[in-house]
Design a protein around this ligand. Sequence first.
Ligand SMILES: Nc1nc2c(c(=O)[nH]1)N[C@H]1C(S)=C(S)[C@@H](COP(=O)(O)O)O[C@H]1N2
Ligand SMILES: [Mo]
Length: 354
Amino acid sequence: MTTAEELARDRAALTMIQPEPFNAEAPPQGLRDDITPVSLHYVRSNFALPEHDGTLQITGAVQNPTSLTLDDLRSMPAVDRVVTLECAGNGRLGQAPLPVGEPWGFNAVSTARWTGVYLHDVLALASPAGDGVDVAFLGADHGPYSQAGHQFEDLTYTRALTLAHCVDPAAEIMIAYAMNGEELTPDHGAPFRIIAPRWYGVASVKWLKRIDVLTAPFAGEFQTSHYMYEWQDRPHEPVTVMAVRARITDPAPGVSVPAGTYTVRGKAWSGAGPISRVQLSLTGEGDWNQAVLEPPTGPYQWQDWSFDWHAVPGRHTLRARAIDAGGNVQPDVPPWNRLGYGNNAVEVSYVDVI
Ligand SMILES: Nc1nc2c(c(=O)[nH]1)N[C@H]1C(S)=C(S)[C@@H](COP(=O)(O)O)O[C@H]1N2
Ligand SMILES: [Mo]
């Protein structure tokens, strides 16, 4: 059991967005290194922290309904992956008019080393039926829910991925029980959770309680009503992989820097593949200079970039933008949609050189 003091300690270093259910961003130093310490990793929860009885059920269209404990998972071959997770609502504050939903700034993104088992290995134990279509993941968290005109007395956090995606070894979807080498904390989904690399965090169901193989597409609230891009001028689309994005981490927001050569640093990532270029504008006017981009240290994590800036006194407008291997470029203007997802517009950072 986690005491209130332990919970408060776990949360103390984060930038709070909402106290209950607890939602908080990483502080700027959470984006500095390759791996975000657990205590600095953003938290996004739709319901109060749930109780979890320690078992995982695999039900539905399977030949062999299965129940597993944490010890059962630990006895299976372990896999270890560094994964950048970003909330699809990250950057919502940059959209105007402000959409409904959590008013996230720009730090609902972090990177951790997750340890667990492959989802496809766990599914194989239950033998999904040949006519399986989707796999629904149910969290232990539930409760009354009312947002954007939808009301429920008791809704359970449930998300699905296609069965084909779940059993694809190349997708490397995990059931994780450890984060940066430690047991999962309550806020990050103890005792185990899904980690779906490349996808916005919404797919990585915490407090995993049940895996249900379905013979028809899943149409739950968090699948078809929320986490949809409701574009104004084209058909709605589900939120899937993370959009390409670069961040400036140094100079940190609001920090003045001395005149001379200053190495501007940052991160860049995309769910569509590795980053191929990062460019920096020093005038705010589209003078895109090539930054030095570090090669990826793993397939699912942000990359470092840097740029030696000849900083002269005055106020400067720095902007960084990333381009991924698929040729996706960050837009200048946030891609507005009613629920405010996927704002990957180029961010502006004002820096005083003294
Ligand atoms: N059971 C459950 N899983 C969940 C959520 C939730 O509310 N309930 N939120 C999702 C969202 S929207 C995000 S961005 C990630 C955040 O994971 P983290 O809190 O470990 O950073 O968890 C996902 N998994
Ligand atoms: Mo999210």
